[in-house]
Write a protein that binds this ligand. Structure first.
Ligand SMILES: [Zn+2]
Length: 105
């Protein structure tokens, strides 16, 4: 081993919507469990096939409404599974854009 320089290997994953790659831990994992459940996996440790979404809410929006996750996970998301992911999207949106008060028209 003469080659010096230990490059830190950071696993990269691709957002299934925008196709940009990010360090794995910066992405959000959506998993399809062996039982066929599809859900957001905040721990990144749930077993099953994973698909990754970046923090861009536009990507979440498209993932929830489009077929990106269906294709990535090779399944068909049920309306309930979509609804659960939409809830996560809304939760995130609320964090980014706190509801403004006193902004009457
Ligand atoms: Zn993205």
């Amino acid at each position: 081993m003469t080659k010096k320089g230990r490059r830190k290997h950071i696993p990269q994953r691709t957002c299934v919507v925008c196709r940009r790659s990010f360090p794995k831990r910066e992405l959000n994992r959506i998993v399809r469990s062996p039982e066929g459940e599809v859900f957001y996996d905040p721990t990144g440790k749930a077993s099953g096939r994973g698909a990754y979404l970046c923090d861009d809410l536009a990507c979440w929006e498209k993932a929830v409404t489009g077929t990106f996750l269906d294709r990535a996970l090779k399944t068909k998301l049920t309306p309930a599974q979509r609804a659960a992911l939409k809830e996560e999207l809304e939760r995130r949106r609320a964090l980014v854009e706190p509801p403004s008060h006193g902004n009457g028209s």
